[in-house]
Write a protein that binds this ligand. Sequence first.
Ligand SMILES: [Fe+2]
Length: 431
Amino acid sequence: MAISVNPGKVAHSCDKRLPAGRREAFKLKALRDFTLCMGRSRDFDESLHLALMVILGTYSIAKGALFLEEDGEFRVRVSRGLPPGIPPIDKSADLVAALRRTRRPVSLGRTTINGAIRKAASDVERAVPTFTVEFLCPLGARNGYLGILVLGPTFSGEPMTVRQRETLSVMTSFLSTHISNQRVIADISRLNDVLRFQMEENERLIDGMREIYIDTIRALATAIEAKDPYTRGHSERVAKISVSIAKGLDLPEGEVEAIHIASILHDVGKIGTAKNILNKPSALTPEEIGEVRKHPRTSFEILSKIRFPYPNVALLARDHHELLDGSGYPAGKREHQIPIGSRIIALADAFDAMVSDRPYRDGLSLVATLTEIRSCIYRHYDPNVARVFLRYLRNEISGESPVPVIFPELRRGYSRVEALDIIVRTLRDLN
Ligand SMILES: [Fe+2]
């Protein structure tokens, strides 16, 4: 809020011709005006300008200037009645020492004035020959001198009374506090800007590193898929489905990330399986099945040597073929012995494997896949995991999901009505 003060119209707050009661009232009004203009203005320069106007108005002074410390000198920040281009006052050690000793407004009319203070006033007068410095007010703070307020003579030409000087001293003290506070706010704001910039920079770096990290993980998965071309894209599809389920189960962010990585790399152990077994166009022999079943442990051995930023990635990959009834491998774990992340990957992996073509068979239809999964819930697959998965699939098939995750990965034809029917029936049984 702007406060308009005309120095020509403001009465002498402490005019010695006024009765004592009115003098005190004027003094209080001057201080009130001063504190109001400090508190109301949001712009620093505007607040300084208003403060100067209130001081000039209170004492009926036509000219004055406020110098603030900047880069080792005192520079004019706001002025009234003076031409632009007033040079800075040199912040000499003598002047600073004199201001520290003085602290209160100094009348230049006195005969015993410190030489450094008189020189500062003379420098201003030399730069502005039409200006006579009558008062020089140090604006100090604990951490050093913030500025100097110079004031010309009053309209009447009379010297200030003791009471007037007291009020002026209180005003300059308020002004010092105001300037000091603004400096602290500006420092904090600058620090905030630096911190915000550094945080944004760190976030960009972390995002960049995360992308590199995920790309490296993907490259590793691709290396496996090169050996087993029928599983091309399988890891990425399983990862998308697994992450959707993990988020649908409201798992913590770190656990979702671990599931993401483990689902991309769950089959990395197949790097140790012979290529002719992986690509065999007919059913595997019991020995060959035994070889394939080694891959979860090999995945664990490979992944446990990597320091992931998320916990249990290697464990989640190791247990992705474990089934709730203990019929899975490699350890035959049951129910809650199997980590939730592995239970999620198990269902996503089974779903994608069933709908995908293999060297020894074509992929199953969506309805046949859902029928198979429905028959294995509780026995093989976690019902809570299945519920979330089927809800996603239902929403995607019925067009309710704005960004389908599972459905675009389906490469085979399907009967929408039949698929929805089996999903709805299964969800009803699960609820
Ligand atoms: Fe596997």
